[in-house]
Design a protein around this ligand. Structure first.
Ligand code: ATP
Ligand code: MG
Length: 443
């Protein structure tokens, strides 16, 4: 039953002249009453299969003729190298079995013309049929790229002896702020879906010192942009005894590692979706400059963007700022007033906090947010009170400081955002199988 032969191996010449069995799905089918041309796809590649009534007999031929787009097949034949065939090989069919058919009264809804008018899968029709859209070559490529991004993040941290650590998804307090909290009923009480792993990671920082995760985070983002989801995958890390600058080294390290990994593992997929590989090589090979928030504000003001010192930068501002970046840039030292209590105040100038955002070029904007944490008990209590945040839900967090606090920090990287920027997608929805936003939780 298990499949032994993959179409990509056939196309690479591993089975020339052999009689083999392929298992896959019909991508395209055409022909006459005497000869059929079926493009078969599996998860690795496609191959054209040629079947003649004379050689396979009426029964097999009729079966193949009735196999519509996305019918699943077991198909035997002889591999024929042929430069004119797409991929360089074709299969001369000897027998066919339809495993799961498609009824003529309900053909596969995602036609090539629906794809062409879709511009990356963004029409409502394609979003409604997301479960079927996953089978298209564009989405298959995106999912493979995504898998390599996840793998690269794990390997970056594990190679540096970080411990993978899991935090709860039901929580009692906000990390990012109340306006994007999802409230859930919890046995007569209220709980929230977590916005970040960070606070619970800080609790384990004195135990593990170097820790990371890749987990979903939830934010009730009302504004729909091309880079916000309500459920997104968040790669977060926390390190003891680390400064803002050392944490940025890891942010740069992991992003460059991801770009390098994609070039090694996913060159074909990136080519197929039309991504410029030179850009990825540039992001993999060059250091990422660091710029203070104040300089970014001056730059934006000199470009006549309406922005005031003290504001956090939203997408509209980051877009302008990053349009001309050749590689990602860190923005550091945001004003204290723009950031929540856990950001450590800069001891050299109390107007600022020791934080950073990593902004991706091509007008993409923020992919990482991080920095040093307020780590002494006295300072954390002062910051919590100053912001009018209740102490009670954060007692466990305060305890981390009460018992042997140390300087530490970390960052959160939006994995879907990195996938979408590095693949050159128009919209973050293109890189996640079932995107969730304020208007859609289905399919
Ligand atoms: P933004 O200002 O773009 O909403 P943020 O400042 O809220 O981002 P952080 O709280 O710093 O983001 O979260 C860390 C990272 O998680 C971000 O840099 C981003 O890559 C990712 N991220 C945050 N919110 C979302 C979201 N709604 N959808 C996808 N990724 C997100
Ligand atoms: Mg946000």
């Amino acid at each position: 039953m298990a499949k032994e032969i993959w179409i990509a191996d056939v196309q690479s010449g591993a089975h020339d002249g052999d009689e083999i069995e392929l298992k896959g799905w019909v991508k395209r089918t055409r022909g006459s009453n005497k000869i059929r041309f079926v493009v078969l796809r599996d998860s690795t590649a496609t191959i054209q299969c040629v079947a003649k009534r004379d050689s396979i007999g009426d029964e097999s031929f009729e079966e193949l003729k009735g196999a519509l787009i996305e019918a699943s097949l077991e198909i035997r034949g002889i591999v024929n190298p042929d430069d004119r065939a797409p991929g360089g090989h074709e299969l001369i069919v000897t027998s066919v079995r339809v495993v799961g058919g498609v009824r003529p009264d309900s053909p596969f809804p995602i036609t090539e013309s629906a794809m062409e008018s879709a511009d990356g899968g963004e029409t409502e029709f394609l979003l409604d049929n997301r479960h079927l859209y996953l089978r298209t070559s564009r989405m298959t490529n995106m999912l493979k790229i995504r898998s390599s991004v996840f793998g690269a993040i794990h390997s970056y941290f594990r190679d540096l002896d970080f411990t993978e650590y899991q935090a709860p998804n039901f929580v009692a307090g906000a990390v990012e702020g109340g306006s994007t909290l999802f409230e859930v009923p919890y046995f007569g009480k209220k709980a929230y879906l977590t916005q970040s792993w960070q606070l619970y990671a800080e609790a384990a920082m004195p135990a593990l010192e170097r820790l990371y995760t890749i987990a979903p985070s939830f934010r009730a983002e009302k504004s729909r942009t091309r880079r916000h989801l309500t459920e997104f995958w968040h790669a977060e890390m926390e390190v003891a005894w680390a400064s803002n600058s050392e944490i940025m080294n890891h942010g740069e390290g992991v992003v460059r590692h991801i770009a390098k990994r994609l070039l090694n593992e996913r060159e074909n997929e990136l080519n197929e979706i039309g991504r410029d590989l030179d850009l990825l090589a540039r992001y993999a090979d060059n250091p990422y400059p660091r710029m203070r928030y104040d300089e970014a504000i001056e730059t934006l003001q000199s470009m006549n963007v309406d922005v005031e010192w003290g504001q956090d930068l939203d997408y509209s501002k980051e877009k302008v700022l990053t349009q001309d970046f050749d590689v990602p840039h860190f923005l550091t030292h945001y004003p204290k007033v723009a950031k929540p209590f856990y950001h450590r105040v800069d001891p050299d100038d109390e107007k600022y906090v020791l934080c950073h955002d990593l902004l991706a070029p091509e007008g993409y904007g923020e992919i990482i947010g991080g920095g040093e944490r307020t780590w002494s008990e006295e300072e954390i209590l002062a910051r919590i009170d100053e912001e009018g945040v209740p102490r009670e839900p954060y007692q466990f967090y305060i305890d981390t400081r009460t018992y042997g606090g140390v300087p530490h920090g970390g960052f959160g990287l939006g994995v879907d955002r990195v996938c979408s920027w590095l693949s050159g997608a128009e919209h973050i929805r293109e890189v996640i199988p079932f995107p969730r936003d304020s208007r859609r939780v289905t399919p």
